[in-house]
Design a protein around this ligand. Sequence first.
Ligand code: CP
Length: 312
Amino acid sequence: MENFLSVKDVEDIDKLIKLGLKIKNKPLRYKNKGRHKTLVLLFFNPSLRTRLSTQKAGLNLGMSVISMNAAQGWKLEFEEGAIMNADKAEHIKEAAAVISQYADIIGVRTFPSLNDKAKDYEDRVIHNFVQYASVPVISLESAIRHPLQSLADMITIEEYKKTERPKVVLTWAPHPRALPQAVSNSFLEWAKTRPFDLVLTHPQGYELSEQFVEGVKIEYDQKKAFENADFIYAKNWSSYNQYGQILNPAKEWMIDDEKMKLTNEAKFMHCLPVRRNIVVADSVINSKNALCIQQANNRTFAAQAVLKQLLE
Ligand code: CP
């Protein structure tokens, strides 16, 4: 693996999931793999889970880890040929090259603008880091994907599945703020490669980009989608077509006990952070079938598996 930006960077997905589970079984198994190597994590946007789990993953591999709130520094320029006479103090060309002098692997978190679809979907920040860094780059969530979250989710489903071909439902859920599509895009991209009966459900108007939904079954009736499901993965996203907008609050799409009763005693999943009693009822997230904390735990082993492969 040269960089980790999406599922397309992974040679053998099954092997990577198994490696995550093997590491979970003995987290310090490869504790010298990253000795004398440095992991630099740049956060242009906030994070709790990604920051701590990736830091822990690096430490478990014996790496030195430097984490930086990049948003609090100066703004980076990404335009080729820009005349830099405004508020951007440094070009990505120098910034990525300089950070590469201090890092053996660079992690980058960056959110979309949610105003300019074309620019967001170019995923320019992460791709510019890859272009101008001289070391591997790992996505800690980009404008359109969150591959470390998705790998942790695939590891979690592998751990808890009761059948060889579980029914996995990705459902839109309400939220008071306009959120990126990254987690959902990425979840579909990874889930499509797995032996799942995969169903996507959302209100009209919340269709995701064709590049992610191609080949995925879409069911607009949420209750119908939930029938006999083994896993319910809830996530809010803003509209892709009317880019970045909340079209319809659709509060009735909250995940509650009544809907979960339609499933095959499904496990409930969410990447967190989650708004209780907006996205999901307390009774569902408090139940023994909720896997959110297990997903967050698996973030460490997902990151560790990826870092190990990049170090090799
Ligand atoms: N799920 C996730 O990425 O959480 P953070 O935003 O806290 O990193």
